[in-house]
Design a protein around this ligand. Structure first.
Ligand code: SP5
Ligand code: ZN
Length: 344
């Protein structure tokens, strides 16, 4: 399998996030990628740097004003006060419901809130460079599939699936899976399917493709009534307009076992087969692992091989985007097992 790894990922290294009002170390940190790199190298994989620039694709999945903000956010933070170099910005105000999001405020914190769904996506000086390199990897994977490669794995971080058309959230800034799906469409795929198996619902990807019939979105995740991102991912969300029928959410109660998870995977694969896609994008969150510190499913390492095998049997050109997975020391093995199961 073709593997893309971008060294720029290490440039996204915020120090802390907020949990129950307290600062805690970031769960989503560069050690995750280090463990993946070590594991894949030890198994003989060749890690390639992304070679395609995603610049022209990004405005097809994200609002230009959001991209402009994200690209310059750290510089704007420093412009407020040079001493900000040593601190992280967090949003503290959001345009919920009756408030306006069409007028871009001049105030930095107000704009940070406008472009954020939560306070759980801390920025650091290299956030844009890291996120952009991940999107470049997604575009590179799509190009490789177009050229006939059966499968590609992108060791992307920060992850992407919570990032919506015009907002960051859940450690995500640029939606790598959406970039890959759009790149596949632009490259001639008539229909694409995105399967999201991260523990958390891929609200950003769903939102980006919600009114489209060309990109089917299917997600298996912790029930949003109790699990992040809470406000999207319910079973009655089926798509809208032309996209009606092209969104399938398969929420499972937090704590659900392996058998229930693979039953849901079977339903997901059935729906994907009906779509007759030309290519598949997998939002590969590995936070379904039993040992994950912030999630509550029960997959064990061999289950990730079983996942890879099942996806291989769909018979589709497949691009994997790494999403969540916070048991960092086990992340490399679990990623490698998906690749092994699919076929190296
Ligand atoms: C890509 C991805 O997996 N994003 C997940 C974002 C989750 N954000 C909410 C984190 C809540 C942390 N709860 C900690 C519980 C510790 N016992
Ligand atoms: Zn997740």
């Amino acid at each position: 399998m073709l593997v893309f790894f971008n060294d720029e990922q290490a440039l996204h290294a915020p120090v802390h996030e907020i949990f129950r009002g307290e600062r805690v170390p970031c769960f989503e940190n560069p050690s995750r990628a280090d463990f993946v790199r070590t594991s894949l190298l030890a198994r003989g994989h060749v890690l390639r740097a992304p070679l395609v620039d995603s610049a022209a694709l990004l405005p097809k999945v994200h609002a230009p004003r959001y991209l402009d903000f994200l690209r310059t956010a750290w510089a704007q933070w420093l412009a407020l006060d040079a001493a900000n170099a040593g601190t992280q910005p967090f949003p503290s105000v959001w345009p919920v419901r009756t408030l306006r999001s069409d007028v871009e405020p001049v105030n930095f914190t107000a704009r940070l809130g406008l472009y954020s769904m939560d306070n759980g996506s801390p920025l650091s000086p290299g956030t844009w460079a890291a996120a952009k390199a991940g999107a470049d990897a997604a575009a590179s994977a799509a190009q490789a599939l177009r050229a006939g490669t059966r499968a590609a794995f992108c060791a992307t971080r920060p992850p992407g699936h919570h990032a919506g058309p015009d907002f960051m959230g859940g450690y995500c800034f640029l939606n790598n899976a959406a970039v890959a799906a759009q790149a596949l469409r632009d490259g001639g795929a008539a229909r694409v399917a995105v399967l999201d198996v991260d523990y958390h619902h891929g609200n950003g990807t769903q939102a980006i493709f919600y009114d489209r019939a060309d990109v089917l979105f299917v997600s298996i995740h912790g029930d949003p009534r109790t699990e992040y991102p809470f406000y999207l991912g319910h079973a009655d969300e089926c798509g809208v307009g032309e996209g009606d029928g092209f969104n399938l959410n398969l929420p499972l109660a937090a704590g659900s076992g392996v058998a229930a998870w693979f039953e849901a995977l079977e339903a997901a694969c059935q729906r994907i087969g009906q779509h007759r896609p030309d290519a598949l994008v997998v939002s590969l969150g590995l936070d379904t692992f039993a040992g994950d510190p912030i999630s509550r499913f029960q997959l064990q390492p061999p289950d990730f091989e079983r996942l890879g095998e099942r996806l291989q049997r769909l018979g589709l050109p497949t691009a994997f985007m790494l999403e969540g997975g916070y048991a960092a020391a086990e992340l490399g093995e679990n990623a490698a097992r998906v690749i092994d199961g699919f076929g190296r």
